[in-house]
Design a protein around this ligand. Sequence first.
Ligand SMILES: *Cc1c(COP(=O)(O)O)cnc(C)c1O
Length: 233
Amino acid sequence: MSMQQRMEEVERRIQAACSRSGRSREDVNVIAVTKYVSLETTAEAYRSRLNHLGENRVQDAADKWRALSGGGEEGPIWHFIGSLQTNKVKDVIGKFTYIHSLDRLPLAEEIQKRAARLNLTVPCFIQVNVSGEPSKHGLSPNDLSPFVDALKAFPSICPVGLMTMAPFESDPERTRSVFRALRTLRDGQLERQGAGGSIRHLSMGMSNDFEIAIEEGATWIRLGTILVGKEEE
Ligand SMILES: *Cc1c(COP(=O)(O)O)cnc(C)c1O
């Protein structure tokens, strides 16, 4: 299947999920996750107007960033979606606009330090381990509110929403409760923050389960395999 065909098929499914759940298509943003594909395919995705690109490894992303964004033109908007080691933050800030994996204070401290040096404010998603799987990164739901409060000490970080990774299920319907739980946590934060609170977005849903995530309120879905494909090394 060509990228164009994949995009059309995904778009059709996004629209169907939106109309099933009474949501507006504009409220669902798509990140094309290019971590499984070459620079050439990544460039093709960007040319095909997939403007938001997601990568989870700093090293792999560096070449793509140089090729597509290093020349001073506008380039894609990059999302860092992987777990982020503190010592890699310096390579992320200034290249990636969004970070989807903020889950601990030492990481926040480092983001704050590097962002302040460049005079940037970094929109970050707080990653929550809703399913409680030990292999997954993220805060436990009980730690979310204290973490959000602690982030007030970091003026260069703007927490824009919550992110989670659902366990892989062959029946994606089984992930619904995970997505619903993240939305409930977000609603709780909206209430705590009052009007003008910044934590509004939900980054959830991947190739296997994005329609369920949309039905449960996702505002950013992260699509790799189904949208840009997966290439062998
Ligand atoms: C790889 C990855 C994705 C995309 O995965 P697909 O199943 O290929 O759509 C989304 N989010 C995160 C955090 C990832 O690491």
